[in-house]
Design a binder for this molecule. Structure first.
Ligand SMILES: C[S@@+](CC[C@H](N)C(=O)[O-])C[C@H]1O[C@@H](n2cnc3c(N)ncnc32)[C@H](O)[C@@H]1O
Length: 330
């Protein structure tokens, strides 16, 4: 039998620290406490919260219906303390209201008292990376799909085969931070005129041929940045984070905390910028005192971005790039 920590081969990143960050409001709220797990995945963090906070409820969101099936089965022993909703994490209001109308206790509590805690462990899950046919991994030849929610229509192949040179170059440059975006976009357009792209091996081959050898030696795997860019575009990942930040912060109970775990700088920049905005007073600078009604409604819990310990990175390489930021509602 799988040990809980290695369920699906996935070790939840900084699991204990996430529990420590949420403990204060969750323990204070007792039976009214609801934690929103915005990125349920295999349910590793949710399972830990349900065990560590025996009075709390957890609502898990995922846009990937396969993750939901697995996580629901894993967390079934917690009965109605756990509720899973299939949605984009910035679009939870309607499914939450429907679940409350259906008298699901976790949803009713959340609507009445707000969330005591919220966690967003961004990006793709180990399960999604392992399911080769979904096309997230560049080391195996697979269909150019990359949809987290297979019910949406845009795939990586559609992006490659239909976007203009300008659009493609922008996606690669902005979302992949790829220096050779223009050159790669030109090569893709030349190649797709011969035959549309449908699987990853041909794209990886094109990237090897287009990115100069010197840059390949220093810049990591030549497909890494292009795959990241396509994934972000296909799943509208940054738009979703940008909209989730205010949506979740507005739903926090007083004293409730929101924690974001980012794995690349584009995500972390959005979180950092938004947290700065909501933790800064809107009184004009230079006044000797705070103007009433202009106080910041949130305070920062983390100083800068927290990172995983050396030991955890050794045990779980996925933790190497994580940056954690948290705020508390006043
Ligand atoms: C890194 S995994 C989370 C792993 C989880 N914390 C655990 O311990 O098992 C991220 C999950 O979030 C989901 N996800 C990513 N972006 C999403 C979004 N915008 N809306 C809903 N789910 C999303 C992915 O489908 C994936 O299952």
């Amino acid at each position: 039998m799988a040990h809980p920590e290695t369920h699906h081969g996935h070790i939840p990143v900084m699991r204990n620290r996430m529990g420590d960050l949420l403990a204060k409001p969750i323990e204070a709220m007792g039976e009214r406490a609801v934690i929103l797990d915005g990125t349920l995945g295999a349910g590793g963090h949710s399972e830990y919260f349900l065990e560590r906070f025996p009075q709390a409820h957890v609502i898990g969101l995922d846009r990937d219906s396969r993750s939901l099936v697995d996580a629901r089965a894993r967390l079934a022993p917690f009965g109605d303390r756990f509720l899973a909703l299939h949605c984009r994490f910035d679009q939870f209001e309607q499914p939450l209201a429907e679940a409350a109308a259906d008298e699901q206790p976790a949803a009713c509590l959340a609507l009445e008292h707000g969330f005591g805690g919220a966690l967003f462990d961004l990006g793709v899950s180990s399960m999604q990376l392992d399911e080769e046919e979904r096309g997230f991994a560049y080391r195996v030849d697979a269909p150019l799909d990359m949809r987290m929610d297979p019910a949406t229509s845009l795939t990586a192949a559609t992006v490659l085969n239909t976007y203009s040179h300008g659009e493609l170059a922008r996606v690669l440059k902005v979302y992949g931070e790829e220096r050779f975006a223009g050159k790669i976009a030109s090569a893709v357009i030349r190649e797709r005129e011969k035959e549309p792209f449908d699987s990853s091996a041909r794209l990886v081959e094109l990237l090897y041929a287009t990115i100069p050898a010197a840059a390949r030696r220093s810049g990591g795997h030549p497909a890494k940045r292009t795959f990241q860019a396509l994934r972000i575009e296909v799943n509208k990942e940054l738009e979703s984070i940008e909209q989730a930040l205010p949506a979740v912060c507005n739903r926090l109970a007083s004293g409730g905390r929101a924690v974001f775990m980012s794995y690349q700088s584009l995500e972390d920049k959005l979180v950092k910028r938004f947290f700065k905005e909501i933790t800064t007073s809107s009184s004009p600078p230079g006044l000797p005192m705070e103007l009433p009604g202009h106080e910041a409604k949130f305070s920062l819990i983390t100083r800068g971005a927290e990172q995983a310990s050396e030991q955890e990175i050794q045990d779980n390489p996925r933790a190497a790039s994580v940056r954690v930021r948290a705020v508390e509602a006043r």
